[in-house]
Design a protein around this ligand. Sequence first.
Ligand code: AMP
Length: 416
Amino acid sequence: MLIQKPKGTFDILPKEAGQRRHILEKIRKTLSNFNYSEIQTPTFENTSLFKRSIGEETDVVSKEMYSFNDDEFTLRPEMTAPVVRAYLENSMYNESPVQKLFYFSNMYRHERPQAGRYREFSQYGIEVIGSGDFTVDVEVIAVGLQILNDFGIRDIKTKINNIGTQQERALFIDDLKKYLTKYLKVLSIDSRKRFEKNPLRILDSKDPSDNEVLENAPVLYEYLSKETKDFFSNVLDLLKDLRIKFEVDYRLVRGFDYYTSTTFEVISDELGSQNAIFGGGRYDMLVEQLGGKPTPAIGFACGIERLMIVLDKNEYEYPEKEALKLFIVSIGEDAKKFVLKTAIALRKKNFKCETDMLNRSVKSQMKEANRLNAEYVIVIGNEELESNEAKLKRMSDGIEIDVSVDKIYELNYNID
Ligand code: AMP
């Protein structure tokens, strides 16, 4: 029996690999315009890093982590904590008071696989560490939206909220629990489970009966201080100034404990139930929590596979693969060796060419040249080697010119 890939993973075959490379290059360009620099961290970290930052009671830490070596290490399920760890470990605050970082990395979560949800997936994301100014919140959201716009994705919704400080939230959570106690029996099983350990996440529920209960629940916004509310309106006003459309969603809380203040999510109806393309927020306490000085920070992560699903739905046109300039057909043993040497010499000169590797007939080699969309074909056999004369054929119109065999790698391959 053939061994298959693990559930929730996928192979990236050459065509898709090319599409991904295109996506990453395009994203990289925009991030460079915004002056972000790339950071890479190890695929696995000490498990304690994720427990301490994401939070022990979150779905990711409590049931989705790939941990090994007696729980000592964990494949990263997200990148914010590793980036902050690297920021501190490498004293990056000494280089510059504000670090604007981005990454492209694979993440690992033991989730129930479905469309747009995998166990190994890739994200690009940004993290700005060192500024608590509201303009940064706006820039970060603008970066994510600009990138979607670069790909022609416009049919999206930006949801934004402010979940305040831990103190502000604590009061709210008390009241939320008091309120929900009356409805415990009608809440979904998931929400009932969350009631004790992670009640804030109940706000995120998509269950219809939870939603009915939540309609009259206390509203987090009412618990925010004047300072937090002012910060929130500064963010919203600047977004409006920039003509960025958004919806305030007072129930938008995100899955990780490190979030504070601004949270946001960009969703696409084209994605079905896993509809978030990217999401993030402030994490003003995390640097301190991981042993650094108090340092405000904000970031988001965007799923590359989800982005690709939306691109497919939008019939996004990826650039064509670089065309094959020349296919050299060979007839016989001597020609085969000569053709291989010639092809290697041409490639050294940055010239994309191919030869036959299966001792095929001339007819099949011509067919292969056609299949590969070769721009030109040359046929080399004993006759050509002896006379030092061969024909260069342009496949688009069949026009042929005479060329000398020993000059093949000096030609510029332009018949006109
Ligand atoms: P999160 O790290 O959970 O805040 O998610 C940020 C983004 O990563 C989401 O909006 C998705 O685009 C993507 N994402 C999260 N989890 C998965 C997953 N299991 N499979 C594919 N993409 C994911």
